[in-house]
Design a protein around this ligand. Structure first.
Ligand SMILES: Cc1ncc(COP(=O)(O)O)c(C=O)c1O
Length: 386
């Protein structure tokens, strides 16, 4: 049977991974500055993570939400404390799209309204409401099309104010990534997030902070929205939450009162997923990984700003992007196949760095050396070719 192509495939088969490194089936080592798309938060095969999941699997891997699962309570307490929202409640699911889907739905249950404000270049996932709130027509099927979502320009406070002044009473929720990931590492300005916070409160709408990619410590704070000093009503999360184990979740402010039956799931919050998520938070705490993300990110950012060929170096913590000039458009491919470094991309010409939050300074230094070497090779070979 043929496999459906999810992404364009690099001709590499990874068979082993540790920390910020992976190895292919021919023994070649790679530095991982991509984290399988921002998923690897505490590092590959962290011993505490492996042990906690293995121990749990030997006890009970899964039972449904129809019985007590104390691991869920443990996770809720740890997550709400680390994130600085001890009075929020946690709903667990399995992916980022599902987290956003549930957040948007819950907002609509809460205020009985239908309109969702999303922003240009947003990405919120591929399920029906999440994709309807995603600014990419190519992935919206006709059945997902809805007039309930309006796209406003990102970081345009005047447009937001105007929309609320005219239609505020119809707005159910505003959903925004604190730093757009798929959109190319674009930060929401603090004043824009503050305006969202103020207007959603004023008009009884729900502020949803999509933290699926930019959350969980990646930005150097638990939620990137924290840089603006705002509290969203719902935070959605997934990628870094399970370090590769599929788990997503939303945390919900106390004034929202979801009733039994509004949200539900078969797999969400199962024993194994909770064990994985707890191991991640324990390592984040024990190894000060949020601080490490802030510090190593600052180091990387400064070094990248010193590489004159790179344009618009930007981001926060270990969520960094830069643009490539036309003559270096193959840099990402060359970094992978010549320098053996994984990085991410955003169309048309952005490289995205989304490494483990445990990335060490010496790994970051190695990356900068590889990057400079590859740029030098590309520039000199281009000169020879002329
Ligand atoms: C900001 C954001 N939201 C939602 C999603 C969807 O997450 P998932 O692929 O787990 O459904 C993504 C995935 O890239 C994302 O970056």
């Amino acid at each position: 049977m043929k496999l459906f192509d999810v992404y364009p495939i690099n001709d590499i088969t990874i068979v082993k991974a540790k920390g910020s490194y992976v190895w292919d089936n021919e023994g070649q080592q790679y530095l991982d500055l991509y984290g399988g798309h921002a998923v690897i938060s505490i590092g590959h095969t962290h011993p505490h993570y492996v042990k906690r999941i293995t121990d749990q699997l030997n006890k009970v891997g899964f039972y449904s939400n129809s019985i007590h699962i104390p691991l869920q309570q443990e996770l809720a307490e740890k997550l709400c404390n680390i994130s600085g929202h001890p009075d929020y409640q946690l709903f667990l699911c399995n992916s980022g799209a599902e987290a956003n889907e549930n957040a948007l739905k819950l907002a609509s249950f809460h205020n009985g309204r239908k309109k969702i404000i999303a922003f240009t270049k947003s990405f919120h996932g591929r399920t029906s409401l999440a994709v309807a709130a995603t600014d990419n027509k190519a992935i919206v099927a006709p059945v997902n099309e809805t007039d309930n979502v309006v796209f406003l320009p990102y970081n345009d406070e005047a447009a937001l104010e105007k929309y609320f002044a005219e239609h505020g009473k119809e707005v159910s929720s505003v959903i925004i990534e604190g730093i757009q990931g798929v959109g190319g590492i674009i930060e929401a300005t603090p004043t824009f997030l503050q305006a969202i916070s103020r207007l959603t409160k004023e008009y009884g709408a729900v502020f949803i902070a999509d933290s699926v990619q930019c959350g969980y410590g990646r930005s150097g704070k638990f939620f990137s929205h924290d840089y603006a000093g705002v509290d969203a009503d719902i935070y959605t999360m997934a990628k870094g939450m399970g370090n590769g184990f599929p788990i997503g979740g939303i945390i919900i402010a106390p004034h929202l009162k979801p009733k039994y039956g509004m949200l539900g799931t078969t797999f969400g919050g199962n024993h194994l997923a909770c064990a994985a998520a707890l191991a991640v938070l324990e390592v984040i705490e024990q190894e000060n990984l949020i601080q490490n993300a802030a510090e190593t990110g600052k180091y990387l950012m400064n070094e990248l700003k010193g590489v004159k060929q790179l344009q618009k170096v930007r981001g926060k913590g270990l969520m960094i992007g830069f643009d490539l000039p036309e003559n270096l458009k193959d840099l990402r491919k060359n970094l992978l196949f010549e320098q053996h470094v994984f990085t991410g991309e955003a169309k048309p010409n952005t490289i995205r760095l989304l490494p483990s939050l445990a990335l060490r300074k010496k790994d970051a230094e190695q990356f900068i050396d590889s990057l400079k070497e590859e740029i030098h090779l590309m520039e000199t070979s281009a000169k020879v070719a002329k």
